[in-house]
Design a protein around this ligand. Structure first.
Ligand code: 13P
Length: 288
């Protein structure tokens, strides 16, 4: 199976982006893999700390392996937004393919030291684990935002600092703050495409740039971000909204249904539709 690092490198040189989709249960993980298989895309599944607390680390890893076998496509599991060195290490120990150590809310020196510690730990434990670091500050949470999110100039990633951060930590992927935020914002996001280009120019070719907060960003901005060097795009809120909307629909249309798995049909379909649209937008189909 082609490694995640090789796929990300290929995405960068071929001008597309690997879709990273969050999940917190079997149904969602399977929908992601089904759509990826149908569109011939690699599947990258993310679990935030909350999502993996819900599923269990060992369970998520076992499902990843089972889905890889069942669907016959590359399926990778990422420990998304690990907010401490300990939770990142726990994901490495459990057998995750990738960890995202996110100490971006901490002072720069602390972010750098903690991220470096995770890179060293991951390499020693399993040379194949891919580590993502984050620099700059991303506001919002993966939900429908009720208030406007104001992105401050000091939130954004400084390209010089990004160069230093990547060289010192040895991360494989870098998530910069480039006008993006988590969740679906009330106002339209405005990505700083020039900043993506500037960060891209400062970090080694082998390091993939990641765009978080992929929900609610207009299509033309996503395309411009990929052209500027983004090779990996994370989507969560749009999937959550689609899944829960479908679930509510099934629950209200079938009030007498008591077989749990029969109540996921609409949720799975609406979520599948979002994944399909995103993979097409990212240019990720027909890539495996
Ligand atoms: P959204 O919830 O805005 O799609 O962001 C998801 C994300 O960045 C997960 O890492």
């Amino acid at each position: 199976m082609e490694s995640l690092s090789d796929i990300l490198k290929r995405a960068r040189t071929e001008g597309w982006a690997v879709g990273h989709f969050n999940a917190s249960n079997l149904e969602q993980m399977r929908v992601i893999c089904r759509v990826c298989r149908d569109l011939k895309s690699p599947a990258m599944i993310g679990t935030s700390e909350g999502e993996r607390d819900h599923m269990g680390l060992a369970e998520a890893v076992a499902l990843r392996s089972a889905l890889r076998h069942e669907f016959g496509i590359p399926v990778f599991l990422n420990a998304d937004h690990s907010k401490s060195v300990e939770t990142a290490k726990a994901a490495v120990d459990a057998g995750y393919d990738s960890v995202h150590i996110d100490l971006s809310a901490k002072p720069f020196a602390e972010n750098l030291a903690g991220t470096k510690e995770v890179v060293i730990y991951a390499r020693a434990k399993n040379a194949g684990v891919v580590v993502e670091g984050e620099l700059g500050y991303l506001r919002g949470e993966s939900k429908l935002q009720k208030e406007k999110i104001e992105i401050k100039p000091e939130d954004l990633t400084d390209p010089d600092q990004a160069e230093h951060f990547v060289a010192e930590t040895g991360v494989d992927r870098l998530a910069p703050a480039v006008g993006n935020s988590h969740g679906i914002a009330l106002d339209e996001p405005a990505l700083d495409i020039e900043r993506i280009r500037a960060v891209r120019a400062r970090v080694p070719e082998s390091v993939a740039l990641v765009l978080h907060g992929g929900s609610g960003i207009p299509e033309d901005q996503i395309k411009a971000a990929i052209a500027a060097g983004i090779a990996n795009i994370h989507v969560n809120t749009e999937l959550r909204v689609a899944f829960v909307r479908g679930l509510r629909q099934d629950l209200s249309e079938h009030p007498d249904e008591t077989t749990p798995y029969k109540l996921y049909r609409e949720a799975e379909q609406t979520m599948a539709k979002v994944i399909e649209e995103k993979l097409k937008l990212f240019g990720a189909m027909d890539r495996i």
